[in-house]
Design a protein. Structure first.
Lengths: 138, 241
């Protein structure tokens, strides 16, 4: 039986990691990636693709009639409304993130909240390798 | 018939021609785009160095690829023309340019590709030999670049029907097809431009689908162009009678 226990300090050390730690790290990484994908990316990407495709296919399926069928028109309207809401939410989130990023006081508050609530050091988390020469981190 | 009415009629006919054949044309477009992308990426991967020699090499490479892609364009336009004529078409028709009229296609593609390259030469000259850090240099470059783009558009609109003509009249050869395309498009360039621009609203759903929808939209556009060619041929024949 493997008696190795998981020491949190091992995760950040330069020493070769014992097998269970590496397994745990990779599992956590995969779970994190899935959660980011399902919570943030997919709810934006899937409605955008399906909405856009429904509009294109509805326009193409008009056949020789100049006007679209009422049901198809309703579908297109719904897709357009969905896409507008989606775009507005994305735009609002991006604008909020941009404002925080450009405001040193808000950024400092964000760092403190990360440290206090989650124990995450922003300097380590968002270390920018391209800005290292100028000593810049997020 | 005015521009808007002709555009609507042509698009309605294109939708009719595409109905029931969308999977085939989308697969053909996908193959065409994949080959195009692969060859351009392979070209971009070649490290040709900086400065004028590298730039000249990249221009020659781009021109060669433009000529080579005539073979695929011929096959792709053959599929859409076949659908416009309600003829049975197959996926392998995309490669028809490699087995029939290959020499004619390459000869025919050389002329517009060279003209398009020549249209951009003054802008290229300005980019290398004018001081672009000064306001005057920038203005001259911008004017020459805009003129080059307009000339390219004019050349494209003039010779856009040449492949359709070669497909319909294969015995007439490259020169005759180019000449007939020029004659056919006389007075109809703005009509075709109007037709092409009428697809601009589709840009929004194409962006939403991260470019995937372009496969369907370009099928619609190419089908509309084939139907435009048919309508133009009929109109010119009727007016001659």
């Amino acid at each position: 039986m493997n008696n190795e226990y998981i020491n949190p300090s091992n995760i950040y050390s330069d020493q070769p990691q014992p097998e269970p730690v590496r397994k745990l790290a990779s599992t956590v990484g995969v779970l994190g990636a899935i959660s980011i994908l399902t919570c943030f990316v997919l709810p934006v990407v899937i409605p955008a693709i399906t909405g856009g495709m429904s509009i294109i296919l509805a326009c193409l399926s008009r056949a020789k009639h100049q006007r679209m069928l009422p049901s198809a028109r309703r579908g297109v309207m719904l897709a357009v409304i969905g896409l507008c809401i989606n775009g507005a939410v994305c735009g609002f989130s991006a604008a909020a993130a941009y404002r925080i990023y450009n405001d040193p006081a808000a950024m400092q508050q964000f760092r403190e909240q990360l440290k206090d609530n989650y124990g995450i050091d922003a300097d380590e988390l968002f270390n920018d390798p391209w800005a290292e020469s100028s000593g810049g981190t997020l | 018939m005015n521009r808007h009415a002709l555009s609507c009629a042509v698009k309605a006919r294109a939708r009719g021609a595409l109905s029931g054949h969308l999977p085939l044309v989308v697969a053909a477009n996908l193959t065409f785009s994949a080959v195009f992308l692969l060859l351009y990426l392979a070209g971009a991967e070649m490290n040709v160095g900086n400065g004028i020699p590298g730039f000249v090499f990249s221009v020659i490479l781009s021109w060669s690829l433009d000529v080579f892609f005539g073979l695929f364009s011929y096959g792709l336009q053959g599929i859409y023309l076949g659908l416009a004529y309600c003829r049975p078409v197959q996926q392998k028709d995309l490669f028809a340019g490699f087995s029939e009229n290959t020499r004619q296609i390459l000869l025919m593609q050389i002329f517009p590709a060279s003209l398009k390259l020549a249209a951009m030469l003054p802008a290229f000259w300005a980019a290398f030999f004018l001081p672009l850090h000064t306001g005057k240099g920038r203005i001259i470059f911008a004017v020459l670049f805009a003129m080059g783009i307009c000339l390219r558009l004019w050349i494209r609109l003039t010779y856009v029907l040449s492949f359709f003509l070669l497909l319909d009249y294969p015995r007439e050869g490259a020169g005759a097809s180019l000449q007939r395309s020029r004659r056919l498009m006389k007075g109809y360039k703005l009509t075709l431009l109007y037709l092409d621009l009428s697809f601009l609203p589709y840009l929004a759903p194409v962006l939403c689908t991260f470019g995937i929808g372009q496969l369907w939209v370009s099928a619609y556009m190419l089908s509309a162009r084939a139907c435009f060619y048919r309508a133009l041929l009929t109109e010119k024949t009727v007016s001659r009678v």
